[in-house]
Design a protein around this ligand. Structure first.
Ligand code: SF4
Length: 224
């Protein structure tokens, strides 16, 4: 009698949130996945709610793939942001492997864009296998003084958008700075999310406008 093969070990990712549709972080209509946990600590980061590496946010990557599989069309791409996705390399690899297997069955190409606060050269040195699973990456820390109008999908001008595959080159090359960055608003679980890359001071100006209208925002993610 032979032992039956062991079930694959579940791989879990610390997840801040997942949302569809996302139209402000990459081309087309996308699924957004935000990882939880980032130790980079950029001054002025608007996503400080993603900093704590909280084990209570662990989710099986199979559940994230099941969520993706249940999304409606259109679905042009997947954006993984954070948090710092590359600080969970094993879980990110498992998630992207599942995404690759799933997208092969899709009728139209689905690209994978991953954000990172690390430089591309560091990612090439330390995470080349992960980069091979991405169509494009947007790399570099957020630098508040380099936040200026017209930075498409980026928070500051030092950040670099790099296409890594033919699909990435088709979707991302030539998509430089154009117009004001779009922002989306989403609500779930008693939270309001602003999705996209705001200009410097935009979120504090929004708070002030709401306050003057009698609405006070509590526990905002852009101030610690
Ligand atoms: S901007 Fe990104 S890399 Fe920088 S602290 Fe915030 S989540 Fe981390």
């Amino acid at each position: 009698m032979t032992d039956s093969p062991a079930a694959p070990r579940p791989v879990r990712l610390m997840l801040n949130k997942a949302h569809y549709p996302v139209t402000s972080l990459g081309p087309g209509t996308r699924a957004g996945i935000w990882t939880q946990g980032c130790t980079i600590g950029c001054a002025g980061c608007v996503s400080q709610d993603t900093w704590t590496a909280d084990p209570g946010t662990l989710v099986d990557v199979a559940a994230i793939q099941a969520w993706l599989s249940g999304l409606p069309d259109p679905l042009d791409g997947i954006t993984v942001s954070g948090g710092e996705p590359f600080q969970q390399p094993e879980a990110l690899a498992a998630l992207l492997d599942r995404v690759h297997a799933w997208r092969r069955e899709r009728p139209a190409p689905v690209d994978v864009l991953v954000y990172s606060g690390y430089s591309l050269s560091r990612l090439r040195r330390q995470h080349s296998a992960l980069l091979s699973r991405c169509d494009a990456v947007l790399t570099g820390p957020y630098v508040e003084r380099l936040n200026s109008p017209g930075l498409r999908w980026r928070g500051s001008s030092n950040q670099r958008l790099t296409a890594l595959t033919d699909l990435g080159r088709e979707r991302y090359e030539g998509t430089g700075p154009v117009g004001p960055p779009p922002m989306q608003v989403a609500m779930a679980d008693g939270r309001i999310w602003f999705i996209g890359v705001p200009g410097r001071g935009d979120m504090d100006r929004l708070s002030a406008r709401l306050r003057s209208a009698g609405i006070t925002l509590e526990e905002v993610s852009w101030r610690s």
